[in-house]
Design a protein around this ligand. Structure first.
Ligand SMILES: C[S@@+](CC[C@H](N)C(=O)[O-])C[C@H]1O[C@@H](n2cnc3c(N)ncnc32)[C@H](O)[C@@H]1O
Length: 312
């Protein structure tokens, strides 16, 4: 039996001085990424801003979403940046021992997702516990792995990582981040492929992983035009991932940004896929919080994560 917690945990990035949610309100958020400030749309900011207008008027970039695309599943949050001429095309940021590139992308984000850092810390704890239990590195599979911060953090913590994304550009970004983080010799296998195809192939090859993490978008395409639709393809992918788990399973993390689903629904889907494995299933939101005391919280994604063993 899986012990499925009825409590939904809200996780926040911690000890990350280079990233700050400064304020939010009137459908926008004001954030600092390193020395630069940005305003991005935030539909959940259903309140008035706390800081003065003057704080909101000195920014390096503003993202305006393309409303005409809002119902287009392939638009993926597209819009336009208005950027200050003084802003460099990209700049370096850090989190713990990671070094990586920040840059405004057409998808409204800056090349990484700070709200995911609680998963990196949790995964690192799990990896360390696994290494002392089994005297070897756990093998992790990171699907839809994008610019690679979860892969790099896990490798730093002592895992062997297979990092997969459909986009050559995303994998190139992950390479650059690996080199910036001085992890060029780390045991990370980078693969450009369609997530579902790769999982099917790995099952046929009889491969297994001790941990799997996935961050699927609502809609995406594999390198050969394979279509990914969350609602349609998630059940098979979860079943495939289950088949790939080793007989020393360590962890499983699914993070979902798609809005028309709920934590409870994804918890049920992952719970079904992992039925009979024992362990502990947690679910909740990845959120960010305004920096001042009693700052307001904004959920960014929902997650479900499973662990074969309790570490804390
Ligand atoms: C940016 S991350 C997801 C972040 C967040 N979940 C979101 O929706 O904003 C999505 C990644 O999935 C990759 N991707 C999309 N379709 C894919 C597929 N069929 N197979 C593997 N990776 C895919 C994209 O290249 C991208 O790097």
């Amino acid at each position: 039996m899986i012990n499925s917690s009825p409590i939904h945990h809200i996780l926040f990035p911690e000890n990350w001085p280079a990233y700050t949610l400064l304020d939010s309100g009137h459908g926008r958020k004001l954030e600092a990424f390193g020395p630069y400030r940005f305003i991005r749309p935030e539909a959940q900011a259903l309140w008035a801003p706390f800081l003065d207008d003057s704080e909101w008027s000195h920014v390096d970039g503003i993202f305006a979403s393309d409303r005409s695309d809002d119902n287009d599943e392939a638009s993926d949050g597209r819009g336009r940046w208005q950027l200050s001429p003084a802003l460099p095309e990209s700049w370096e940021m850090s989190y713990e021992d990671l070094r990586f590139v920040a840059q405004p992308t057409p998808f409204r984000h800056l090349g990484f997702f700070p709200e995911q850092s609680p998963h990196w810390l949790w995964t690192a704890d799990q990896i360390k516990a696994f290494r002392s239990r089994h005297q070897r590195a756990p093998r992790l599979l990171n699907l839809f792995a994008y610019s690679g911060l979860a892969s790099l953090h896990a490798a730093q913590a002592g895992a062997e990582v297979t990092h997969l994304d459909a986009s050559k550009k995303a994998v190139a970004q992950a390479f650059e981040n690996r080199d910036l983080s001085a992890l060029s010799d780390a045991p990370i296998r980078f693969i450009t492929d369609d997530a579902s195809r790769f999982v099917e192939r790995e099952i046929r090859r009889g491969r297994h992983y001790d941990g799997i993490m996935l961050d699927p978008p609502k809609y995406g395409r594999g390198p050969k035009g394979e279509v990914w639709r969350l609602e349609e393809h998630l059940p098979d992918l979860l079943a495939g991932c289950r088949a790939l788990l080793s007989d020393t399973p360590l962890l499983f993390i699914a993070t979902i940004y798609a809005i028309r689903t709920s934590t409870s629904a994804v918890q049920s889907a992952v719970g079904d896929a992992l039925a009979g494995m024992g362990g502990i299933l947690q679910a909740g939101e990845l959120a960010i919080r305004e920096e001042r005391e009693a700052g307001r919280a904004i959920g960014q994604a929902l997650y479900v994560r499973w662990s074969g063993h309790e570490t804390s």
